[in-house]
Design a binder for this molecule. Structure first.
Ligand SMILES: [Zn+2]
Length: 961
């Protein structure tokens, strides 16, 4: 036992799961906890978390999460968080509110940059400059309108209005609340927009004082930075406190003695097209440990992990609904629960779904679970654990979230991080023939009264009624104010606005620590890539996993077949083949590979209105199983049963339901996709596949599957014949050289068995879109886009465009659309290949005001005093974006995209140099591009019809939902 910088070492152990050492410390003065992971991951990660159980649904933990990032003692600027976004090489910088904790993670591959981030975050959480204005801006406040009425504004207020407009997120909240009515999990830590205005400043301050304290803190470090310095940084803050008992334990819900049923409504349009959703939910009362949680994870995978899994298949086959509902096993809270069900059902069919769940599970326990399903589930789970592919998330962050799952409840932080032993034990028990999962089904599902059902019904009155209630509440508030009180409200709103419009003091800005441009690499890093005929090979250390992309050019597909592509991809991997039925094939893929999934790629070639397009089937497996992988991928490409009507019907309905559910969470993407369809061929193709047009196509297709399935099969077969052949194929392999030697010929054999085919290229007849479109959905918020092809208006590309586009997003647009406008976010999207520049807002209460803001971009850029400090920050941020951190599989994929784009290393280096040399003149040049958006831009709004009609804008309205 050693003591260091105020910390007592509790334990130290080597973990193969982490490729390193895990050390647990306790801060002697405050009891503050630390988990310090030392390994050679250069993507260094830090997070500090607090236990923050809400006491009501005002969204206090969430508003506080936003607010502490709005300036602190050492860094007294308006938003240090945004300053870091501007100028750090961060690979992760965010904060998240959970039902019982608030976490503040950062990551960076650069050690100095990493320390800077940690420093700013520690100061933010412990010494934030919280004022009534912070609560007003981030939470809620009254805005006096010109007609003398009041309205509400606030970033979280609108963020949550967006969340409450999404049936998916309503269903999730209702499901969780239904099982935990007596404890903190029965409340909404994010905030219910109807309750948020009850939050007072005193409560806000009390909550911070009580919970943002080292005695209630969980600090986490991970990576290859200096481990001793971690403690020095923490002790600087922790040592300023004395130990307290924060009394923040999470309560335990007593199990129900009888099931409960809950019914809720969501805002729908009045055409009756939207359907109900239903979940059946099971509280899990057993004591948790790593073995028990693993058993449950495997059981979840067995029951619903694959489209062929018995429970998922029974629900899909029932024809009762369109897509699965429920989260499956929820294991990030103190008590576990399992939830499943269906979306897109008739209102009266809830009981049928529930009955089906029970009868399926009963049958499973009677007949026994197929060994193939157990093997498929185990391999899937094991592959993911070993691959540890966290996508664009830092691996450290995933470890931290896993650790918090036990740590937050006073269990050992490594309980669920260690998986090798429990996995080996579980496999041994299965090998011995022990029946594990059937008794578990009886315990969790069949003999459990601690359960609930949730029925979520569409109702066209919900939206208008909610608005009425809000109006009435605001009118009552106004009425209760005497003249002096009203004047005070007006004054406060004005004061806040003034504060928001004021610029940070340069001296204060200079406190934000950052790298210098001279610290940056002048030369960009290239990804290793070897061209071997029609194969690209990347020699990267993938931990023995082969990543194989089969990329087929689809330039030869006629327009009318393009919208099929996403479905075609799913059909390839989810219908079985001529010789292997769907269930057997799905199990085999799960048992032998790490997954096979389709995607498509469409981009513009630089500077011309032509695109490059690829349909991609990506598979991964351990190198030893590469021949299984190749034989399965070859079989799918040649022989997938595209005439499997039952599966095609399910896939169409599922795809349609998912697209509809994505409208609110991804409204900005949908609006931007629609926008870009106007500007070039690639944008048009993307809209056909993935945009509103793609959704309209799926709706039409759902009918045609029933009325004229033969035509659907003919079209799918036409796509296969046109593109899945050697002539269109580029293969892309990412794997270390030692393993590649044995894999190369296996891949070549599989490719050799595909039809030879020939290349073709179809002519496109692009549909015209109106200059200003309004896409109507029953939501309380809007997504507002305006854009143009700036190359057509004379803008000449320079790498500086990326710097300035980013600068706008974190500066002008952030301030005007988010901070002052009350929207949740706003983006500037510039595509260097096509020249399309679009400004887009996210969960926005405004319409015309936001468009005016976009139109002001040029003026802003023209008048901006670009001092050397600001310029340096902008360049740092730009380089951070270019050098974004990637895991090996992402590197291999990116390298393929670069190859297809025709942009070579010299071009990338030239861009980098233009970024590094970005000057005031570049800002002025970009102002001209922005001006052409203002003068000639098209407008797309996705959102509330009422808001669009009232806006006075001349929009062509389209009902989307
Ligand atoms: Zn938020």
């Amino acid at each position: 036992m050693t003591n260091m910088h105020g910390f007592k070492e509790i334990s130290r152990e080597h973990l193969s799961e982490l490729n390193g050492e895990a050390v647990i410390y306790e801060h002697e003065k405050t009891g503050g906890r630390v988990l310090s992971v030392i390994n050679n991951d250069e993507n260094k990660t830090f997070g500090i978390s607090f236990r923050t159980p809400p006491e009501n649904s005002t969204g206090l933990p969430h508003i506080l999460e936003h607010s502490v990032l709005c300036g602190s003692k050492k860094y007294p600027v308006k938003e240090p968080f945004v300053e870091l976004l501007k100028c750090s090489l961060q690979t992760f910088l965010n904060a998240m509110t959970y039902p019982d904790k608030t976490v503040y993670p950062v990551a960076s591959p650069n050690e100095q940059d990493f320390r800077n981030l940690v420093g700013v975050y520690l100061d933010a959480v412990f010494f934030p400059n919280l004022t009534p204005n912070t609560l007003m801006q981030e939470g809620w406040h009254y805005v006096p309108e010109e007609d003398g009425t009041l309205s509400y504004k606030g970033v979280v207020f609108n963020e949550m209005k967006g969340a409450y407009s999404s049936p998916d997120s309503l269903l999730y909240e209702a499901t969780q609340h239904s099982l935990f009515p007596d404890i903190t999990y029965g409340l909404d830590s994010g905030g219910d927009p109807e309750v948020i205005p009850e939050l007072t400043f005193d409560e806000f301050m009390d909550f911070h004082g009580k919970y943002y304290h080292p005695s209630n803190a969980y600090a986490f470090f991970y990576g290859d930075d200096d481990p001793e310095h971690r403690l020095v940084m923490l002790d600087e803050y922790f040592s300023q406190y004395d130990k307290i008992d924060p009394k923040s334990e999470i309560g335990i819900q007593a199990p129900f003695t009888a099931p409960v049923a809950v019914e809720k409504k969501y805002a729908a349009s009045d055409d009756g097209n939207q359907k109900a959703m239903f979940t059946v939910n099971f509280g899990i009362g057993r004591d948790r440990d790593s073995m028990s949680d693993l058993e449950l994870s495997v059981l979840e995978q067995i029951l619903i992990g694959l489209p062929s899994s018995p429970l998922r298949k029974a629900l899909n086959d029932s024809g009762l609904g369109e897509d699965m509902a429920g989260v499956g096993l929820e294991n990030e809270l103190r008590q576990l629960y399992f939830s499943t069900g269906l979306k897109g059902i008739e209102a009266e069919d809830g009981p049928k779904v529930e009955e089906l769940v029970f009868s399926t599970l009963k049958e499973l326990t009677a007949t026994g679970i197929a060994r193939e399903d157990i093997d498929a589930a185990l391999n899937t789970i094991e592959f993911h654990m070993r691959e540890n592919n966290t996508g664009s998330y830092p691996r450290g962050l995933s470890v931290m979230i896993t650790a918090m799952t036990s740590w937050l409840y006073d269990e050992h932080p490594l309980e669920y991080v260690r998986y090798e032993q429990p996995l080996a034990d579980l496999k041994a028990r299965i090998e011995k023939g022990e029946k594990i999962f059937e008794p578990l089904i009886e315990e969790i599902f069949l003999n459990n009264t601690y359960r609930s059902s949730v029925l979520l019904l569409p109702d066209s009155n919900v939206g208008p009624e909610r608005e009425e209630r809000e109006k009435a509440e605001l009118a009552a508030a106004r009425k209760s104010m005497d003249e002096a009180e009203y004047k005070a409200v007006v004054a406060k709103a004005e004061e806040l606005q003034k504060e928001q419009e004021a610029h940070d003091d340069p001296e204060a800005l200079a406190t934000i620590p950052r790298l210098k441009v001279s610290d940056l690499d002048k030369k960009g890093k290239e990804i290793v890539c070897e061209e071997k005929g029609e194969m690209l090979y990347h020699d990267l250390d993938t931990n023995g996993i082969v990543y194989l992309d089969m990329a087929f050019d689809f330039a030869g597909l006629e327009d009318r077949l393009i919208p099929y592509l996403p479905l075609f991809g799913r059909a390839l991997v989810q219908t079985g083949t001529k010789s292997t039925d769907f269930v057997t094939m799905t199990r085999r893929m799960a048992a032998k590979t790490g997954g096979i999934s389709p995607s498509s790629l469409v981009n513009s070639k630089h500077g011309v209105d032509e695109s490059y397009t690829r349909f991609i089937l990506r598979g991964k497996a351990t190198a030893e199983r590469s021949s299984d992988l190749c034989s399965i991928m070859g079989e799918l490409l040649r022989d997938a049963s595209l005439d499997n009507k039952e599966r095609i019907r399910q896939l169409v309905l599922e795809s349609k339901a998912r697209k509809e559910q994505a409208l609110v969470p991804s409204g900005h993407i949908m609006a931007a996709t629609r926008m870009k369809a106007r500007f070039n061929e690639a944008g048009y193709i993307n809209e056909l596949m993935n945009g509103i047009s793609g959704l309209e196509f799926l709706r039409e297709l759902a009918g045609r599957v029933e009325s004229d399935f033969d035509s659907v099969v003919a079209d799918l077969e036409a796509i296969r014949a046109a593109i899945l052949n050697q002539a269109n194929l580029l293969t892309n392999v990412t794997l270390d050289a030692k393993n590649f030697a044995s894999v190369e010929s296996t891949i070549a054999d599989m490719v050799g068995n595909l039809p030879a085919g020939s290349t073709a290229s179809a002519t496109r007849n692009r549909q015209a879109f109106s200059k200003a479109e309004g896409l109507c959905i029953p939501a309380q918020v809007n997504y507002v886009a305006k854009g143009a092809n700036v190359y057509e208006h004379g803008y000449e590309y320079s790498g500086a465009a990326h710097v300035i586009s980013r600068y706008l997003r974190t500066g002008y647009l952030w301030d005007k659309v988010r901070v002052q406008g009350g929207a949740y976010g706003s983006f500037s999207m510039f595509d260097r290949s096509s020249g399309s520049l679009s400004f887009v807002s996210y969960r926005d209460p405004n319409l015309t005001r936001t468009l005016d803001t976009y139109d002001g971009v040029a003026d802003y850029l023209n008048n901006l005093e670009v001092n050397s400090d600001e310029l340096e920050k902008a360049v740092l941020g730009g380089i951070g974006e270019i050098d974004s951190y990637m895991l090996p599989d992402a590197k291999g994929f990116t390298s393929m995209v670069r190859h297809l784009s025709g942009e070579d290393a010299a071009f990338r280096q030239a861009i980098r140099e233009q970024v590094l040399a970005c000057s005031e003149q570049d800002f002025r040049n970009f102002a001209k591009a922005a001006q052409s958006v203002a003068d000639n831009g098209d407008v797309v709004v996705l959102g509330s019809k009422k808001a669009m009609e009232e806006s006075g804008l001349d929009l062509d309205l389209v009902d989307v939902l």
